[in-house]
Ligand binder design. Structure first.
Ligand code: ZN
Length: 319
């Protein structure tokens, strides 16, 4: 377990949901031909295609940036390992439901892989429910291999870095985003983030949630099973180490985004996706702008927690 004793916490700006709805409706129009943003009751996320271990995204919403890319590159620091149950306590929300984007513990999984965390952490008298997926490079054919985490492992650990949204998993009001036909060059996550950045230049806002790419294809990457033997010192070197794929809808994406770093050395957006057809990994953007359809549910977080912030930092791969 890495040192989480120096966790930093910052309050985030949380606009009224109706105000946020209007802001996103206007902003996303710059990037998508069809946009409809609404305030709705969160759909039951225990149902298809989500199959989450909780019903909703509400109740004390918060985000965290754990570890960071500096623990992966230029040279991996394999001892950097975290436990979702301990993270939930660090977030002052023991028993929280946690989703987002991270890396597996290479010590436990025996290789490096993308983690798509979906964890209901343990609480008094209730064990954790780990519905996460992990995605690696299949050594047989070099293709994407997505697996259910709990079918192989019984822990709730992860390694190196994680960008996570935590809440009580309750039903409640959320922001529903429908967007079709991408006309700009931003991913839906970047478009949401930039909209908030422009509208609230002096505030830090964060959104967490889930969205489905209902039609089209997307570009993803998966980290190789082996960490790089030589140091990776630039975006270009990291990019050529990563394996890139084009994967097809429907993809269920878990996302955390922060409009403005309040001085915590954050990764300002990070999204991992899974599917029910065996494809999953780190989402960049759809590759089919004319036919793409997005449907997402997001909640503004009240706090951000910076856990085990790297002392030696750099700007490689921050979004
Ligand atoms: Zn990632």
């Amino acid at each position: 377990m890495a040192d989480v004793s120096k966790t930093e916490k910052a309050k985030l700006y949380v606009p009224d949901l109706e105000e946020l709805r209007a802001v996103l409706q206007t902003g996303l129009k710059d990037n998508f031909a069809e946009v409809k943003v609404s305030v709705v009751e969160c759909p039951d996320l225990t149902k298809d295609p989500f199959n989450f271990p909780v019903r909703g995204l509400c109740g004390n919403p918060r985000v965290t940036d754990v570890g960071g890319v500096p623990y992966l590159v230029p040279v991996v620091q394999k001892h950097k390992e975290y436990d979702m149950n301990a993270i939930s306590k660090e977030l002052e929300l023991p028993g929280a439901f946690i989703l987002g984007a991270g890396a597996v513990s290479s010590r436990i999984v025996g290789m490096n892989a993308e983690l798509i965390p979906l964890v209901l952490t343990e609480a008094d008298g209730r064990p954790a429910v780990n519905s996460s997926y992990f995605s690696s490079i299949n050594p047989l054919d070099g293709q994407c291999l997505q697996e259910s985490y709990s079918e192989k492992f019984s822990d709730c650990n992860f390694g190196l870095l994680g960008n996570l949204y935590a809440c009580e998993g309750r039903p409640g009001k959320v922001i529903e985003v429908r967007a079709e036909k991408r006309t700009g060059d931003q991913s839906i996550v970047t478009a949401l983030r930039k909209t908030l950045e422009v509208q609230y230049p002096d505030q830090s806002l964060a959104l967490g949630g889930t969205f489905i790419i209902q039609r089209g294809k997307a570009k993803i990457h998966i980290m190789p099973r082996e960490f790089s033997a030589c140091p990776l010192n630039s975006d270009e070197e990291v990019n050529s180490w990563l394996k890139h794929f084009e994967v097809k809808a429907p993809l269920i994406c878990q996302s955390v985004l922060v409009s403005k770093d309040p001085g915590l050395d954050l990764r300002v957006e990070h999204t991992h996706c899974f599917s029910h057809h065996g494809e999953g990994g780190h989402y960049y953007i759809d590759t089919t702008p004319d036919s793409v359809e997005y449907l997402g549910y997001f909640v503004p977080a009240e706090f951000i927690y910076r856990i085990d912030r790297p002392k030696d930092t750099h700007a490689v791969r921050r979004d």
